[in-house]
Write a protein that binds this ligand. Structure first.
Ligand SMILES: Nc1ncnc2c1ncn2[C@@H]1O[C@H](COP(=O)(O)OP(=O)(O)OP(=O)(O)O)[C@@H](O)[C@H]1O
Ligand SMILES: [Mg+2]
Length: 279
């Protein structure tokens, strides 16, 4: 993953450059995935029940569901942090823990290292993977520019707004050019206007270069339909909907409005969430 787990100063030889080709196989595949947590009082909580899914390479999936429904639990399984109670899981054709170097991760907030400026934060994930300095500088500059942060490269995290910080975190994960990007409600901490503007910047990033495999967790159905190729609704431990999104206009980050087919899809997805008991 591109998120720092430990502090290091030099490149980490154990993490190859994530842009190097990984093993064959879909971006994500699981079959019969179940996760049950056992609480200290002996009570058992079945969060995911016999789920199966295949995500082809290059597809952008939005995973939607109510709070407590198990979305983050799925991401934890995909990064190898959590072993499922049952089921087979592969990420980029490998067991999840082995695929980590090819995964980028964007959390909801607080991802930046306070002692590094914006550009050096972006470079951090690449440093861990041994991307050489000139290439790190080039990618940091290129991607910061794409999200409108070219003038903020030398600012410290405390000098950036929350929306700017989230864009830096996004670019840090993106600049590693990971085979698979996992995003856990990356825009949830932003107010509605900032959220929309960051989302447009993200769409500009998506339009730049080859399609990436993305799993984007969100509460927000509009956001799911605006960004994804396919929307999956998690409800009551099961997938209640798995629907392709029709092509959108303005996918280069110039428009952020839903019309026609997309509004109909939104209504359909709202219905599939309506009776979800999770909180
Ligand atoms: N390590 C754990 N031990 C015990 N219970 C857990 C653990 N991780 C998650 N849970 C429980 O599993 C359920 C699903 O949690 P999860 O974080 O996956 O939900 P979520 O869909 O991401 O919710 P949110 O939208 O609020 O982030 C919750 O009831 C949570 O308390
Ligand atoms: Mg969560």
């Amino acid at each position: 993953m591109s998120e720092p787990l430990t502090m290091r100063s030099g490149p980490d030889k154990h993490l190859p450059d994530a842009s190097a080709p990984a093993a064959a196989g879909p971006a994500v595949a699981f079959e019969g995935l179940s996760v049950t947590f056992t609480h200290p009082d002996g009570g058992r909580h079945e969060v995911l029940r016999d789920l199966s899914l295949e995500v082809p390479r290059g597809q952008f999936i939005a995973l939607v569901g109510r709070s407590g429904g198990g979305k983050t639990t799925i991401l934890n399984v995909l990064t190898g942090l959590l072993a499922p109670t049952a089921g087979r899981v592969s990420v980029l054709g490998m067991p999840p823990a082995e695929a980590r170097a090819s995964i980028g991760f964007v959390p909801a907030r607080d991802a930046l290292l306070p002692w590094r400026n914006a550009a050096r934060n972006v470079e951090y994930g690449m440093e861990l993977r041994g991307v050489e300095r000139d290439e790190r500088r080039r990618r940091a500059q290129h991607y910061l520019h794409l999200v409108g942060l070219e003038d903020a490269a030398s600012r410290w995290p405390w000098q950036l707004s929350q929306g700017m910080r989230q864009r830096v975190a996004l670019v840090r994960a993106w600049a590693v050019e990971p085979e698979l990007l996992l995003m856990d409600e990356p825009f949830a901490a932003l107010d509605a206007d900032t959220r929309q503007s960051v989302r447009l910047k993200f769409r500009a990033l998506l339009a730049d270069g080859p399609a990436r495999s993305v799993i984007f967790v969100t509460h927000d159905l509009d956001e799911a339909v605006l960004l994804a190729d396919r929307v999956i609704v998690l409800s009551g431990g099961k997938f209640a909907a798995d629907t392709p999104v029709p092509p959108r206009v303005g996918d280069d980050g110039t428009s952020d409005e839903l019309t026609g087919d997309h509004l109909a899809l939104l209504r359909e997805l709202r219905n599939s969430l309506r009776d979800d008991p999770a909180r």
